[in-house]
Design a protein around this ligand. Structure first.
Ligand code: ZN
Length: 381
């Protein structure tokens, strides 16, 4: 048994727009906050804090997690399977022991609201449009895919999400958090961290919701270790709050086929993850390019006002498909193009991207640079 200890300290006895919690993991302390827009009260509960603490503790060798307060019996039982999954995905991670937590009685939820995490991207639009009769609230978390300091982009995205919600008569809940500081220090955000962070935010809202949808990234035919996953997300549920991982049945091309039926979606779609100068969609990064291809296949690119650039075949050929995820998305576009037998130049460019060899030394060089930048970042902050 590792002698690593994670101590969770907080003083959130009443629902409040601000929840603050401190995690002490061995000799390192993190002060994490979650802040709502003011109209929404957050419920600082043990489920949310354990969702944040679990991966850092496992990374540090397991040991013990010490916390106070009641926790859902169902949630606590599922932590064992969640740890099995993480340990399989990341064999160096060790199981943590959760100490001295009384379990809350098993009571059914009296809440009627249904939320969906929403960024304005393809996956979140698909899940929202598919379930819009049932969904009452769009939940937008600032500080995760948009950096906390990028308030310009946050404002643009927030305005768009409010417009979408207004069109469908829904509420918007905005949560701001610095939880990325904790996750980024210990784990890869995409491969492991982001699902646990969404689960934490969901539990902070558990006094309002009985169900929250988490839009899928990949289809059932392209599953691999990823922080939000159909086998993982439902396990974060409690007796009163159900998480549903939604959308694995549809490729990105199929998801875009649905959202391209809605003008508001084509006027609001946001996928960029580089966001130079707080731009909404750069039109040049891999994610922008592959989404523009999704739109083109669905004859919707010219109607999508959030992409101002033309689709450039030279940019398509520059894509480096060096991850399982990127390859899956390129393949989905290629499969759809081959069915439609349309646009030979684009089809050949995608085949080129999937087949071009990546120089092994470049791969190694890129890994070294990434590691170096991460170390410098940790030293500064
Ligand atoms: Zn971009």
């Amino acid at each position: 048994m590792s002698d690593s200890v994670c101590i969770i300290s907080h003083n959130n006895s009443e629902p409040s727009p601000l929840v603050e919690v401190e995690f002490q993991i061995t000799d390192k302390r993190f002060k994490i906050y979650f802040k709502s827009d003011g109209n929404t009260f957050l419920f600082g509960n043990t489920e949310a804090f354990l969702a944040c603490a679990l991966l850092p503790s496992m990374k540090m060798g397991g040991g013990q997690i010490l916390t106070k307060g009641e926790v859902s019996h169902k949630f606590l039982s599922s932590l064992s399977t969640i740890q099995d999954i993480y340990s399989t995905w990341q064999p160096s991670f060790k199981r943590a022991e959760i100490i001295a937590i009384p379990t809350r009685p098993n009571t059914p939820s009296s809440q009627k609201r249904v939320g969906a995490f929403f960024t304005g991207g393809v996956d979140s639009f698909y899940t929202f449009l598919k379930h819009h009769d049932e969904i009452t609230d769009l939940i937008f978390a600032h500080g995760l895919d948009i950096k906390l300091k990028d308030t310009v982009l946050r404002e643009k995205v927030s305005k768009k999400i409010h417009e979408i919600a207004s069109e469908f008569g829904k509420n918007v809940i905005e949560i701001e958090t610095n939880a990325l500081e904790l996750f980024d220090y210990y784990v890869n955000w995409g491969k492991l961290g982001h699902g646990a962070a969404l689960a934490a935010i969901g539990h902070l809202l558990s006094s309002s919701f009985h169900r929250i949808y988490i839009p899928s990234s990949y289809t059932y035919s392209h599953l691999f270790p990823w922080g939000s996953h159909p086998i993982l997300d439902p396990l974060w549920s409690s007796e009163t709050l159900e998480f549903i991982h939604d959308g694995c049945e549809a490729t990105r091309v199929e998801k875009v086929a649905l959202l391209s039926k809605y003008d508001i979606a084509l006027q609001s779609l946001r996928v960029c993850w580089t966001n130079p100068d707080s731009v909404y969609n750069c039109g040049k990064c891999e994610k922008c390019i592959r989404t523009m291809i999704n739109l083109k296949i669905n004859n919707a690119l010219s109607r999508c006002t959030t992409f101002t650039e033309e689709l450039d075949i030279k940019q398509v050929r520059k894509i480096v498909a060096n991850t399982e995820g990127t390859r899956a998305f390129i393949q989905e576009n290629l499969d759809a193009l081959e069915k439609s037998n349309d646009d030979e130049k684009l089809r050949k460019a995608l085949i080129y991207v999937l087949n071009k060899p990546e120089m092994p030394h470049l791969k190694q060089f890129r890994r070294k640079i990434k590691k170096h930048i991460k170390e410098i970042w940790k030293r500064i902050f």
